[in-house]
Design a protein. Structure first.
Ligand SMILES: [Ca+2]
Ligand SMILES: [Ca+2]
Ligand SMILES: [Ca+2]
Ligand SMILES: [Ca+2]
Length: 597
C-alpha cells in the first residue's frame, strides 16, 4: 500500500465555486494555504467538548495487527468497531474486531489463527453504572481468522441484534441467542464467502421485511502474492493498483436462516476495491440505494431500479471521482443529509494530498462536488482518514463530521516529511455553509496521534449527547465521551419494524420543528469497517418542541407521531405509534404522555 499520491495541490480546484455560491467567496478567502495542523485550542463558545474515557470505562482493548517484515497489506487495514445493545437492557455495548497471528513469512493458503486471547475479538457489556465488562468468552465471540469489519443487524427479526464479522480468509455470522450468547451460524447461513472482506452493510434490498447483506472485498490477494520492494530492495507495502479488483458478495435473506448469493443476479457486481459502504435513497423514489467507496478507482453508486435489480450510476450521478475526474483512495463513507435540505449527501475519506470529497445531492439524481466551497479542501488535504460519521456534536440541529485519521503507509514520512502516519482525529464543525476545524474540542486526544481506522457513533450513556468510539491499527480503542453543553435540546428515535425489517434499517425519519426540518436514514452501516447505533438522534438547538416526526418505513408505510416532549428517547413501532418513552440516564421530570400514531 505504498501509495504514491500523484496529486499536487492545484490552486484551480481550491477555489472553484460550483455549489453553495453565496459562500464561495468566503471559502476561497479561507482556502489560501493548506492547514497542516489542528488549531491548538477549543473555542469554548462552541459548547462542544469530548473526553477520552476508554480506560475509565474499563475498555482495555488492544488491536493486534501483527506487522511483519513481509509487509502484508492485511496488516495495515484493520479494524472495525460496533455499537449495539446486544442484551436489550437499553445501554449500548461495544464489539471490537481483532487481527490474528501468522508466521513471518506466512505460507500461502495458511489461514491466520487467533492463537491466543490477545487476538480475540472482544465484546464489552455496559453495566448499569456505565462501566464495561469483557463478556467475550461467555458470549462466544472470540472469533476466527484475521478480523476486519463488523456489521450489526437483526437478520431473523427476533428482536436480538446479530453480528456479521468480516475478515480474511472467511467471514462469520453470529446469531444472538437472546441469553447473552451467540452461535456461529456461518455455514448453515451460507455466508462464509472467501478472500479478503472489509466493510459490510445489512439492508433490505428487496423490501421483503428481512435484511439482506452486502459484503465488500478489497482486492484479490493471498500471502504469496506480489512482492513490492523499495528501490533499495526492502520488501514494502504494494500500491493496491497491482492487485485485481473483485466483485462484492451480496446475500439475499431467504427468511429461514439461509442466504443466497445474488450479486450478479441483481447487478451489484462490478469488480471493486471496496472499503466503505453506506445506504440511503438518494433519488427519493422510495427504494434504498447503495454507495461503495473504492480505493484508487471509480467510486460506485448502485441505484435501486425497484424491480429487484440495481444499476451502477456513479459517473452519471457525478460521485465516481473528484471534480477533475481523478480517482482517490476511497475508504470510509457518510451518506446522510449534511445541509438539511432533505436530500442525502455523500462524504468519503481518503489519503493525504487528496481532499475528502463532499458530494451535495442536487435533488435531480446528481451531486455537486463541494469540497472546495465547503472548506474541506483546506481542512483535509494534509490528512488521511478512514472511519467517518456525521453527528450533531453539540445538539445544534446541524450535522458535524468526525473522522479517525492516520496514513496507510508506516513510512510515509520518509518521502513526505510533511505527512504523518499517526494522526489525531478530526472534528469538522458545520458552520453553516463551510466546515471549521474543531478538533481541539475532542480534548487530550487531539494532541495524541494514532493509526485511526474504525469509528462508530452512539449515545453510550443515554444523556442525549452522541459519543464516539474509534479504533487504532495495532493500538488501543478510544472512547470519546461527549461532554458538550446540555443546554440544547434533542430527540432520539428507535424504530421497530413489523412489516419492515425489525431494525427499521432503510427507514427515513423526518423531524419538523418551528424553525427547522431534519432528515435521517436508519442504518448501522457507513464509516469504515464499523457499525453505529441504529437509533437516530436529532439535535434541536434551543427549540423545546417538535411539531412532527414523520417516518417512511422500508415497507412503504408512512406514519406520523407528535412527540409531547423533547430530550427523550422514543421507540416507534410500525403501524402502532410510540410504544416506549425514556429519558435515558435519568427519570423523566414529568410523566410523558403517549401520543397516538
Ligand atoms: Ca446492553
Ligand atoms: Ca436476531
Ligand atoms: Ca432510490
Ligand atoms: Ca452520551
Amino acid at each position: 500500500m505504498r501509495y504514491k499520491p500523484a496529486l499536487n495541490v492545484a490552486s484551480a480546484r481550491l477555489c472553484n465555486p460550483s455549489a453553495w455560491k453565496a459562500a464561495a467567496l468566503v471559502a476561497c478567502i479561507l482556502c489560501n494555504g493548506i492547514q497542516m495542523t489542528h488549531s491548538q485550542s477549543c473555542d469554548q463558545s462552541l459548547g462542544i467538548h469530548f473526553t477520552e474515557k476508554a480506560a475509565a470505562y474499563g475498555v482495555n482493548f488492544h488491536h493486534r495487527a501483527n506487522h511483519t517484515s513481509m509487509s502484508y497489506p492485511l496488516e495495515v487495514m484493520g479494524s472495525g468497531v460496533a455499537l449495539l445493545d446486544y442484551d436489550n437492557d437499553g445501554r449500548l455495548d461495544i464489539f471490537l474486531v481483532n487481527g490474528a497471528a501468522f508466521p513471518d513469512p506466512n505460507p500461502s493458503k495458511q489461514a491466520p489463527q487467533k492463537s491466543g486471547p490477545e487476538y480475540w475479538n472482544r465484546l464489552y457489556h455496559q453495566k448499569s453504572d456505565g462501566s464495561f465488562e469483557d463478556v467475550t468468552a461467555k458470549a462466544g465471540l472470540a472469533g476466527e481468522g484475521y478480523g476486519m469489519g463488523v456489521a450489526v443487524g437483526d437478520y431473523d427479526n427476533d428482536g436480538n441484534e446479530d453480528l456479521f464479522v468480516t475478515g480474511f480468509p472467511h467471514n462469520h455470522l453470529y446469531h444472538n441467542n437472546g441469553n447473552g450468547t451467540f452461535t456461529d451460524v456461518t455455514d448453515a447461513a451460507g455466508v462464509a464467502g472467501e478472500g479478503w472482506s472489509t466493510s459490510a452493510a445489512w439492508v433490505d434490498l428487496d423490501q421483503d421485511g428481512f435484511l439482506d447483506l452486502v459484503v465488500l472485498r478489497y482486492f484479490k490477494w493471498d500471502f504469496d502474492d506480489k512482492d513490492c520492494p523499495t528501490p533499495d530492495g526492502v520488501r514494502s507495502y504494494c500500491d493496491p493498483k497491482v492487485f485485481p479488483a473483485i466483485e462484492p458478495l451480496v446475500y439475499r435473506n431467504d427468511k429461514h436462516g439461509h442466504f443466497v448469493e445474488v450479486a450478479r443476479k441483481i447487478g451489484i457486481d462490478k469488480p471493486s476495491k471496496g472499503l466503505g459502504i453506506a445506504i440511503a435513497d438518494y433519488n427519493r423514489d422510495g427504494k434504498i440505494d447503495v454507495y461503495v467507496a473504492n480505493d484508487g478507482m471509480d467510486e460506485f453508486l448502485y441505484r435501486n431500479k425497484g424491480n429487484g435489480t440495481f444499476e451502477e450510476t456513479g459517473v452519471s450521478a457525478n460521485v465516481a471521482t473528484d471534480e477533475n475526474g481523478r480517482n482517490f483512495a476511497g475508504m470510509g463513507v457518510v451518506f446522510e443529509d449534511l445541509n438539511n435540505d432533505g436530500l442525502p449527501d455523500i462524504v468519503v475519506t481518503d489519503l493525504a494530498q487528496q481532499t475528502y470529497p463532499l458530494f451535495l445531492n442536487q435533488g435531480n439524481g446528481t451531486f455537486d462536488y463541494a469540497s472546495s466551497t465547503a472548506g474541506l479542501t483546506r481542512l483535509t488535504m494534509s490528512h488521511s482518514a478512514w472511519g467517518i460519521q456525521a453527528l450533531d456534536a453539540g445538539n445544534r440541529g446541524v450535522r458535524d463530521l468526525i473522522a479517525a485519521q492516520g496514513h496507510v503507509n508506516v513510512d510515509i514520512q520518509k518521502d513526505n516529511p510533511q505527512l504523518n502516519y499517526l494522526e489525531p482525529p478530526l472534528l469538522l464543525r458545520n458552520a453553516g455553509r463551510v466546515y471549521q476545524d474543531a478538533s481541539a474540542c475532542l480534548g487530550d486526544i487531539s494532541k495524541q496521534p494514532f493509526a485511526g481506522r474504525g469509528l462508530a457513533t452512539g449515545d453510550l450513556d443515554n444523556d442525549g449527547l452522541v459519543d464516539v468510539v474509534m479504533t487504532g491499527n495495532d493500538g488501543q480503542a478510544y472512547i470519546l465521551h461527549n461532554e458538550s453543553s446540555k443546554a440544547r435540546h434533542w430527540i432520539t428515535i428507535q424504530l421497530v419494524g413489523v412489516q419492515s425489517n425489525r431494525d427499521g434499517i432503510g427507514a427515513e425519519v423526518r423531524v419538523t420543528t418551528a424553525k427547522t426540518k431534519q432528515f435521517a436514514t436508519v442504518s448501522t452501516s457507513g464509516s469504515y469497517e464499523s457499525s453505529s447505533d441504529k437509533r437516530v438522534h436529532f439535535g434541536l438547538g434551543d427549540e423545546d418542541s417538535v411539531k412532527s416526526v414523520e417516518i417512511r418505513w422500508p415497507s412503504g408505510a408512512k406514519q406520523t407521531i407528535v412527540p409531547p416532549s423533547t430530550d427523550r428517547f422514543y421507540t416507534v413501532t410500525e403501524g402502532k405509534g410510540v410504544t416506549a418513552v425514556s429519558c435515558g440516564k435519568h427519570p423523566c421530570a414529568t410523566q410523558p404522555v403517549h401520543p397516538s400514531a
